[in-house]
Design a protein around this ligand. Structure first.
Ligand SMILES: [Zn+2]
Length: 50
């Protein structure tokens, strides 16, 4: 994934608060480049293309 190098753009509201739908609103999803991942249940959500 070399293409996400120079792109450091502000992502809309969608990014602000990603919570795990499985663990509940208290568990934030960790951001990993092009996706979010839950550290508890391994739930992963792919970011929409900007
Ligand atoms: Zn979870």
């Amino acid at each position: 994934m070399a293409e996400q190098k120079a792109k450091k753009k502000a992502v809309p509201a969608y990014k602000a608060g990603r919570y795990c739908p499985k663990c509940g609103p208290g568990v934030r999803l960790a951001e990993h480049g092009n996706r979010w991942a839950c550290g508890k249940c391994k739930y992963t959500e792919i970011k929409p293309k900007q």
